[in-house]
Design a protein. Structure first.
Length: 368
């Protein structure tokens, strides 16, 4: 196992009776040692086999900000960003968006449990206020995108999205990831290409750009094999049940040499569940020395927050690193990650422990 130095775990948000979860659904942004992370905030409700959030009560997005590289955090309840839930999207107008603004942030997707919409918001003041929501084009299917983007210039930006598609071998999910680009500040968006070309689910990409221009993305993937006939499965679903199946949940690494138009398979980066708990999305960053770091939640008999390191641009990965494995249940993970100016990593995720049983947000600061 690779040797790392876990410096500390810090509590980003915890409140008895409340549920804090899914940073990967909301996003993370950083400006030096200032870090802003979004997460879903709701009321805690114990369920044995699903997320412990009460879906009969309000669920919003909250933001937590650190000014000292993740050492301490302040929670902000931002009204603007929750307009993604309440307001219709509009076209980008005028001269468009300035993606290269030094205090820029972009947030894609709805802020509730259901993230099925095609809008986004932008901020020019490090997430204190947000503009929008703005519409993305309607592509083939219903959008299921989270926040993953690379700024290429004042008017140029790559977005890595997903949408529901037919023909996906996953009983409850049908996402397929793809890339789009704008060169006019978001007035128009060009569909570049699908990131995967097989029937397994692909969603929640986390993408970095290497110095030579290669794009490397990590994807959440899943393929289901039914244990009953298709007819029986449809009957079970119609009655509100879940057909029995074998799940294959993994993180896949792919690369593009033409800025997102075509993609090739690199490797499987990790297994994220071995007992049917629906896996977990990746968070990937590039270190100043050129190494890539992949972080993810593992949902299994002993659930954990794990990481791996690549020294060859994502084609191969070192042994698993256990950042922590004291989770109370498998309902954890969904990490986001940033690199501090001093080279340390801040990995942010939702978690549950014996002492803090409600799902909440924590961060691990570590030296790779």
């Amino acid at each position: 196992m690779d040797k790392v130095h876990v410096i500390k775990n810090t509590v980003v948000y915890y409140e008895p009776g409340m549920f804090g979860g899914w940073p990967a659904n909301a996003g993370v942004w950083s400006w030096g040692n200032e870090i802003l992370v979004g997460f879903h905030l709701g009321y805690y409700r114990e369920y044995p086999d699903t997320h412990c959030v009460d879906r009969d009560r309000p669920i919003t997005i909250a933001l937590a900000r650190s000014l000292d590289g993740g050492e301490t955090w302040t929670v902000e309840h931002n009204h603007d960003i929750n307009k993604l839930n309440t307001e219709e999207g509009k076209p980008v107008s005028g001269e468009g968006i300035n993606f290269a603004h030094p205090d820029f942030a972009l947030k894609v997707g709805k802020s509730t449990v259901s993230i099925k919409n095609r809008t986004f918001m932008v901020s020019y003041d490090r997430g204190h206020t947000w503009e929008g929501p703005y519409n993305l084009p309607q592509y083939e299917g219903e959008m299921t995108a989270r926040t993953d983007y690379i700024v290429e210039g004042p008017k140029s930006c790559l977005l890595f999205l997903s949408q529901n598609m037919k023909g996906i071998d996953c009983i409850h999910y049908s996402d397929r990831a793809f890339a789009v680009r704008t060169d006019d500040g978001g007035l128009t968006w060009e569909m570049l290409g699908y990131i995967t070309d097989d029937p397994a689910r692909s969603v929640m990409p986390s993408t970095v750009s290497l110095p030579d221009g290669t794009l490397v993305t990590a994807l959440r993937r899943r393929r289901d094999t039914l244990l009953v006939s298709p007819e029986e499965a449809e009957k079970i679903k119609a009655e509100g049940g879940k057909p029995p199946c074998n799940q294959d949940n993994w993180i896949e690494i792919r690369g593009s040499y033409d800025r997102g138009r075509t993609w090739e398979f690199f490797t499987r980066g990790a297994v994220t569940s071995t007992v049917g708990h629906n896996g977990n999305p990746p968070a990937m960053v590039a270190l100043p020395d050129g190494r890539l770091v992949l972080a993810y939640g593992y949902r299994g008999p002993v659930s954990a927050i794990k990481a791996r390191i690549s020294e060859d641009g994502g084609k191969t990965w070192g042994d698993e690193i256990i950042l922590r494995d004291d989770a109370r249940t498998h309902d954890i993970g969904y990490p986001r990650m940033v690199v501090r100016p001093d080279g340390k990593l801040v990995t942010i995720y939702y978690y549950t422990t014996k002492d803090m049983p409600e799902q909440h947000i924590e961060a691990t600061i570590w030296q790779p």
